[in-house]
Design a protein around this ligand. Structure first.
Ligand code: HEC
Length: 310
């Protein structure tokens, strides 16, 4: 009889656990430190202009951002967080970079990305009234070559809100292909809906996941896509488990590897690019930290992160 009671208790516990209850053994998962650095107003258009960025020509010739900047992120962040030429409205006392430890895994059904970071003592920017901290992962599956080469910068245009050419109308992240043309100030005119639909059907967009965090409260999970704008999905496929210890957060994103459109299928043998961003100290929009482009593979491959079965 006692074993019957135990079994009932176990069933009840199983029912209470979230769908992604498979416990990943994170000690078994390989991970890497990633520098998240402050990018200020350095837009895609600026980086592609030789007189503004001496890496422009080489980038156009085929050298990726990380090819020149890996290892330099801390110094870049320290410079940019207070540099008036690229950051006209610096946040006093904001650190130039934050270290994150990133691990990936899968269980055959779900892909997991675990981001652990300590944003330290952040000045309160007072911009985001709802959430103190937001961490995001942006994903490409090779359908957006500029994201493969430049990660988050593929979406960071000069006319976004709070960027140098940003206007009164809110403009969120977008891909160049969604615009009729691009100038040094970004692209103003969006392509007709039918053309955007065609690009979307071919997978020419990016996916993102975001965890919105407040101390002592459950994390809010959001996901969406970026083509002509940042578009949030009505119901997220991604779930988030977040735990905190002081100013340190451990955030575990997971979703089904095959979650259906517009989620990108995560499969072995394919190369993915991920970018990670962090808004700390109630910051919003560009006032965040970002990683350079990082590569992700499933099971095996030459990548920064190889998500092994766990
Ligand atoms: C061929 C090497 C090269 C490539 C490729 C390159 N850069 Fe640079 N980048 C530089 C150099 C050199 C500087 C410093 C001088 C300058 O600003 O022109 C710089 C400056 C920067 C800065 C300002 C902070 C700092 O440390 O000076 C940022 C941010 C930056 N690059 C981002 C990028 C991104 C993003 C890409 C990819 C789209 C990229 N770079 C591609 C060489 C490169």
């Amino acid at each position: 009889m006692s074993s019957g009671i135990l079994r009932t208790a176990a069933t009840a516990v199983a029912l209470l656990l979230p769908l992604n209850a498979h416990a990943v053994d994170w000690n078994k998962a390989s991970g890497k430190d990633v520098v998240l650095f402050y990018p200020a107003q350095m837009s895609w258009e600026m980086l592609l202009t030789q007189s503004d960025h001496s890496g422009a020509g080489k980038f156009r010739e085929g050298k990726n951002c990380a090819g020149c900047h890996e290892g330099e992120e801390r110094a870049s962040g320290k410079l940019l967080v207070g540099d008036k030429s690229t950051e006209p409205t610096p946040i006093a006392g904001k650190p130039g970079f934050i270290m994150a430890n990133v691990k990936t895994a899968h269980d055959g059904d779900r892909i997991y990305v675990r981001v652990e970071f300590d944003a330290g003592q952040q000045p309160d920017a007072g911009m985001d009234k709802e959430f103190a901290t937001k961490v995001a992962v942006m994903i490409d599956d090779g359908k957006v070559p500029e994201a493969t080469r430049a990660g988050c910068w593929a979406t960071c245009h000069d006319n976004l809100t709070r960027m140098p050419s940003g206007g009164a109308i809110e403009t969120t992240k977008y891909l160049s292909r969604s615009r009729v043309s691009l100038s040094r100030k970004g692209g103003a005119d969006i392509k007709p809906a039918a053309e955007l639909d065609k690009i979307r059907a071919e997978g020419g967009y990016l996916e993102y996941w975001q965890a919105r965090l407040n101390p002592g409260k459950p994390a809010v999970a959001v996901d969406g896509t970026i083509l002509e704008k940042r578009a949030e999905n009505a119901t997220p496929a991604v779930t988030v488990e977040a735990t905190e210890a002081g100013t340190k957060w451990t955030v575990i994103f997971s979703r089904k590897m095959s979650a259906g459109a517009p989620h990108k299928d995560i499969v072995a043998g394919k190369a993915y690019t991920i970018g990670i961003s962090l808004h700390a100290g109630r910051a919003h929009q560009r006032f965040h930290y970002v990683s350079l482009e990082k590569t992700l593979a499933v099971d095996a491959g030459k990548a920064d992160f190889v998500a092994a079965r766990n």
